[in-house]
Design a protein around this ligand. Structure first.
Ligand code: ADP
Length: 780
């Protein structure tokens, strides 16, 4: 046998290759291979390893095994359970199978030993090696695998062939590629091929990494959160907080069970609870979920109070809590009586309309007391977005339910008395009209299944007793107004205010300040002084404030000066509240030409409206000055036309519209006023000025006119009468159609005034002007 050949047992390798100088361990199971191994162990421990071309072939033949393989040294064998053996081998040299010498019981081949050429100082080799070094380093850095000591052991290697084989053995390549390297016997070619393969691999790894970072970026975030959450769980467990979580969830579970929720709400609550369980207590959603559950659990889905509609009791409550307001009380009693017999709350919604502070809210509270219902109030002033009524969807950050649901939570029961305050102050913007949502709330056909956007559950509002309040009717959306029954609550006279102050406000305020009734008392004149000089309003809200302020000051005085009690007198009032804020305008005390006292109704009650007219030589101009609104300007023009048309009748120069200038002036008062009730006043003043007849100073008047001289009705007679009385007037001329309103005026004032009923302007002029007004024949 030639020196460079050897006879060696063969083990075919499946799916792997071995290079010279490489250490490899693999398991041997096939019988032929085990026998080959045993033979090797008996003879020098040398064996030839050649790779199978197709790894799945069980009994490979010559053609199935690559010719070039590696002569190896068996370093270690280890018997594994069963028949398999684990072998550790070290590659020695390349070998080429020349011939299959034996095939049974194992394969023995004649192998030609292939030695690497030796290169000393070959520049090409060095260049290759240097490039491979660089590329390999890059490969290591990019690769996910670890190559412990790879670079280090390479440094020690000087022979190019060996160097090349070592690098090849580290690379993770397809078996065919590795076989190619093994079969490249010529060292320079092998280096070249290796460099090519290596660079290629580096490129592929770079691309992989790029894709990897992108994908990883996404996955990382999820993983990071997952890890953090897991860590947090672990920390919580350590701290015992996990128990806290479980306790909280158990608490929710318990509450949901006990809460007697309707089916839909219960299902939703359980669904949310399950989400809470899976998301963990510290996730971002858990806060939202808990808030939602808290809402469901806090709402009175099924809690009701028992109504007691007892008309007599209601009467008593109303009487005890409010002075006057007889109409309103009576109307509410009727409303309750109907409800009692029909046993339902369907029907119109009551709407209390009147100026601020007249007791709209507090009478609604009394209704709640009388019915034994809880009271909730929600102000609609400034509401302009539907979401305020109906809530924001849960998907919005920081979403909460709408105000209706919020108020129902406050009420604690499903059937409270629900006061919708200031329904006339609602507006709408681009985000939906709140009036639409409110319509649904108030509609007894629909409100049993009111759905809030946040809650996404039906909530039954059909048992709620809604009452609304407004200052005026004209800004209430029409469809809403149609659904309501309006009850007017008018302003109070000074006398009524006096009673309210004495019997209600003072005792109430003393109680609020924890004062006994006998410690601070108010003289009658002090109360009148506060009403007349320190407040100007239709209601009693400011009065209440002033009284509270006086009580505080009186308390301070008792404390400072060690007094037992204080009886508040007018001088106390002036001392406590400072200089007088208001005085009422007084009417003129003498009869005058062209000066007439009209009456107007303003938001703070009735006021006198003096009108002055002067007629002078000129060219027929009509001049209007002072504080006139549009409506009053029109009254002035209509009055002017009436006077022109009827000039002859009143003995007025028929050409006055050509040769006289008329100037109408309405002096500006403290409160702005406008309205269609100054017509008669204007005409009277004009006729007086043009005829030079005096107007009675003790007469005031109110009424609108038509061009033909009819007197039309006006509003607010009660307030106007009061203003007239305060101004020192004793006679008022009112439109015929307002005659019926006289009975509504409190006796104290009614008895002190004389009412003259006028259906035509003539009646007004006859009673206001002094002397004969007609030009002989009344019928002209
Ligand atoms: P509104 O709702 O009409 O603006 P409130 O109901 O808030 O007015 O009334 C203001 C205050 O005046 C409340 O403290 C109320 O009790 C009191 N008040 C108003 N009218 C009367 C009345 N007729 N009798 C007793 N107190 C009254």
């Amino acid at each position: 046998m030639d020196k460079s050949t050897k006879l060696l047992p063969l083990i075919p390798l499946r799916g792997m290759n071995i290079f010279p100088y490489m250490v490899l361990h693999f398991d041997v199971g096939r019988e032929k291979s085990i026998l080959a191994l045993e033979d090797a162990m008996l003879n020098n421990q040398e064996i030839f390893l050649g790779s199978q071309k197709v790894s799945k072939i069980e009994e490979p033949e010559e053609k199935d095994i690559y010719n070039i393989g590696t002569i190896c040294n068996v370093k270690q064998i280890l018997k594994l359970p069963g028949d398999a053996i684990r072998v550790l081998v070290e590659g020695m040299k390349r070998g080429k199978i020349l011939e299959y010498k034996e095939k049974e019981p194992f394969v023995r081949v004649e192998v030609e030993i292939i030695e690497d050429e030796l290169y000393e100082d070959n520049k090409e080799c060095k260049a290759y090696i240097r490039s491979i070094d660089k590329a390999f380093e890059e490969y290591i850095n990019l690769s996910v695998n670890n190559f412990p000591d790879a670079l280090f052991s390479l440094e020690e290697t000087e022979e190019p062939g060996r160097y090349c084989d070592m690098v090849s053995s580290y690379l993770i390549l397809k078996p065919e590629t590795k076989q190619e390297l093994l079969e490249t016997v010529e060292v320079i070619k092998r280096l070249e091929k290796l460099l090519f393969i290596l660079k290629n691999e580096v490129e592929v790894l770079k691309i992989e990494k790029k894709i990897g970072t992108k994908v990883k970026g996404r996955i990382d975030k999820i993983q990071k959160e997952y890890y953090l959450r897991e860590q947090m769980k672990a920390i919580q467990e350590e701290l015992g907080e996990d128990d806290e979580d479980k306790r909280e969830i158990a608490e929710y579970e318990n509450k949901i069970k006990k809460a007697k929720l309707p089916k839909e709400a219960k299902e939703k609550a359980i669904y949310e609870l399950n989400r809470l369980k899976s998301s963990g207590n510290y996730s971002s959603e858990s806060g939202v979920t808990k808030a939602y559950l808290d809402w469901i659990l806090a709402l009175p889905f099924n809690k009701v109070t028992k109504d007691t509609i007892d008309i007599n009791k209601a009467r008593e409550v109303f009487k005890a809590e409010h002075y006057g307001l007889e109409d309103v009380k009576e109307r509410i009693i009727e409303y309750l009586a109907v409800k009692k017999i029909s046993n339902t709350l369907k029907g119109p919604i009551l709407c209390l309309v009147g100026p601020p502070g007249v007791g709209k809210t507090s009478i609604a509270k009394s209704v709640a007391n009388a019915l034994n219902r809880n009271f909730v109030r929600m102000s609609l002033g400034g509401v302009k977005d539907e979401a305020e009524i109906r809530g924001h969807r849960k998907t919005y950050v920081g979403a909460i339910p709408g105000r209706i649901i919020y108020a129902m939570k406050q009420a604690g029961y499903r059937n409270p008395l629900f006061l919708l305050d200031e329904i006339d102050k609602m507006s709408s913007d681009s985000k939906g009209d709140p009036a639409d949502a409110l319509l649904e709330v108030l509609d007894s056909e629909q409100n049993a299944t009111f759905r809030d956007h946040y809650l996404e559950l039906d909530f039954d509002l059909s048992k709620v007793l809604f009452i609304t309040t407004a200052n005026k009717l004209d800004t209430i959306p029409r469809p809403l107004l149609d659904r309501m029954e309006v009850i007017e609550v008018s302003g109070y006279t000074s006398e009524e205010k006096f009673h309210i102050a004495k019997n209600h406000i003072i005792p109430k305020m003393l109680k609020e300040h924890n004062m006994d009734d006998d410690k601070i008392t108010f003289s009658d004149s002090s109360v009148n002084c506060i009403i007349e000089n320190y407040t100007r309003e239709s209601g009693v809200r400011n009065l209440e404030r002033k009284i509270a302020s006086i009580i505080r000051k009186a308390i301070t005085e008792t404390v400072e000066k060690g007094k037992e009690n204080v009886n508040v007198t007018t001088s106390h009032v002036k001392r406590y509240l400072g200089p007088v804020l208001y005085t009422y305008d007084k009417a003129d005390e003498e009869d005058g030409v062209g000066v007439v006292t009209g009456l107007a109704w303003t938001e703070v009650g009735g006021v006198i409206l003096p009108v002055e007219v002067s007629a002078m030589d000129g060219t027929g101009k009509l001049q209007l000055t002072g504080q006139l609104g549009d409506v009053m300007k029109e009254s002035a023009k209509a009055g002017y036309s009436y006077v022109r048309a009827n000039a002859a009748k009143y003995n007025i120069d028929k050409d006055f519209y050509k040769n006289k200038d008329i100037h109408i002036h309405v002096p500006e008062g403290a409160v702005p006023k406008d309205g269609p009730s100054a017509g008669v006043t204007m005409i009277t003043a004009m006729v007086s000025a043009l005829t030079n007849k005096k107007v009675r100073h003790n007469v005031a008047m109110t009424g609108e006119i038509t061009l033909t001289g009819r007197v039309l009705p006006i509003g607010g007679l009660k307030e106007k009468s009061l203003a007239a009385y305060r101004a020192g007037i004793d006679t008022i001329i009112i439109p015929k159609n307002n005659e019926k309103d006289i009975q509504k005026i409190p006796n104290g004032i009614k008895n002190k005034l004389k009412f003259i009923i006028a259906s035509k302007v003539e009646h007004v002029l006859e009673n206001a002007l002094i002397g004969e007004i007609y030009n002989g024949d009344k019928t002209i």
